[in-house]
Design a binder for this molecule. Structure first.
Ligand code: G3I
Length: 352
């Protein structure tokens, strides 16, 4: 059939234009109905994965990833479908990448970074300077040697991943628990003194100027002596122009350490210092509705703080969690979505 079309460059009268528009709309609706497509009134279709729902809110939603599980189909499928950021759970730590002085091994960490990048996921770097998972040789160095080893470690690791990491945990867990607000004893603290954190951040900025540089800790999720100490450190850094871009709140919760009532207020006071805040290692022991409600509250707190740029849960499935018996994650051991998953998706504005 040949259709004849008359083209006029003059605008059609208003009534003809609106009739034509109505016909077009009706025609489209008919086509969609014929194709079995349900039109949603007014809004775009709600995102159906954690990553997509978070992206619609301008955030990322990530998971800690262990390289040894990437070959398991359920693990990889869940990671690839649901998350848009990955954090190597152990593979970038000092004992994994520089077990022997100045000899670097990036194989397992590269596996995670390549997996993430080839699927369009971001990567968080975890972690450069930490007292734990630190090879013995580091603790055996004298001060001058330790300073040079710390800076060399930061330089080599950050240069290897330059341009591939959105945020780095430059220093992890440098403060004591409890009410002292004091620094934790570590080879870095004990031999280099308080200035080691500043030195680490300055070295990190020079090594990869595009990466966001974070201080990361636990038990700093509410307002308390430990978070006050971190707050004072960040305020001092901002006042003196020491480079720092973000603070990571690990957010490992259980009944003895529940989600604090002032969680959102704490995120907000840090954000008000002029840094991003990120929820970096979220897991909440429990099950069912109680666990789901706790997860929902954490997500809502992040969404309520404009500088809360993303959330990472500390693993993909309960069965590989560092505290598996507490079933703290969003997917069970069979990769089935738990009530906590649905609560998070819904808090993010998505729909399953
Ligand atoms: O790599 C060795 C392996 O060679 C050995 O055969 C095996 C035998 O147990 O152990 C392996 O090391 C384990 C390592 O994970 C890698 O799987 C360690 O024993 C084990 O202690 C270590 O646990 C990690 C823990 O950090 C160590 O501190 C957890 O997987 C990891 O989830 C956890 O993550 C930390 C964050 O980095 C910082 N914040 C707290 C968080 C939870 O503890």
């Amino acid at each position: 059939m040949v259709m004849s079309t008359s083209i006029s460059h003059a605008p059609a009268p208003r009534h003809r234009r609106s009739r034509a528009r109505s016909a077009l709309v009706l025609g489209m609706a008919g086509l969609l109905a014929a194709a079995g497509v349900t039109a949603l009134s007014g809004t775009a279709e709600a995102a159906s994965t954690l990553g997509a729902a978070a992206a619609e809110k301008g955030r990322y939603f990530g998971a800690a990833v262990a390289a040894q599980h990437l070959g398991e189909s359920g693990y990889a499928a869940t990671l690839n479908t649901e998350f848009n950021s990955s954090t190597p759970e152990n593979e970038m730590k000092w004992d994994a990448v520089e077990r022997t002085r100045n000899s670097f091994t990036f194989g397992a960490a590269d596996q995670i970074v390549n997996h993430a990048q080839s699927r369009g996921m971001k990567v968080r770097g975890h972690t450069l300077v930490w007292h734990s998972q630190l090879p013995g040789w580091v603790g055996g160095l004298g001060a001058a040697d330790l300073r040079s080893a710390m800076n060399n470690h930061i330089n080599k690791v950050m240069q290897h991943y330059k341009g591939k990491i959105h945020s780095w945990d430059v220093v992890n867990e440098a403060f004591q628990d409890g009410n002292s607000g004091a620094r934790r004893s570590s080879p870095f603290q004990d031999k280099l003194g308080d200035g080691f954190i500043e030195e680490a951040f300055r070295t990190a900025r020079a090594a990869d100027p595009a990466a966001k540089l974070c201080y990361n800790d636990y038990n700093t999720d509410g307002i308390n002596a430990k978070s006050n100490a971190v707050y004072n450190l960040v305020r001092d850094f901002k006042a003196r122009g020491v480079p720092i871009d973000c603070v990571g709140f690990q957010s490992h919760f259980n009944s003895a350490s529940p989600v604090p009532g002032d969680y959102q207020a704490n995120l907000k006071r840090f954000a008000d210092l002029g840094v991003d805040v990120q929820i970096t290692e979220l897991d909440i022991e429990g099950s069912g509705t109680a666990q789901a409600n706790n997860y929902s509250n954490v997500v809502k707190a992040c969404l309520a703080v404009s500088r809360c740029t993303g959330i990472t849960v500390w693993g993909v499935t309960d069965k590989y969690s560092w505290r598996a018996s507490g079933t703290p994650l969003l997917f069970d051991g069979n990769y089935t979505k738990k009530p906590a998953y649905h609560a998070v998706l819904s808090a993010l504005g998505g729909s399953g």
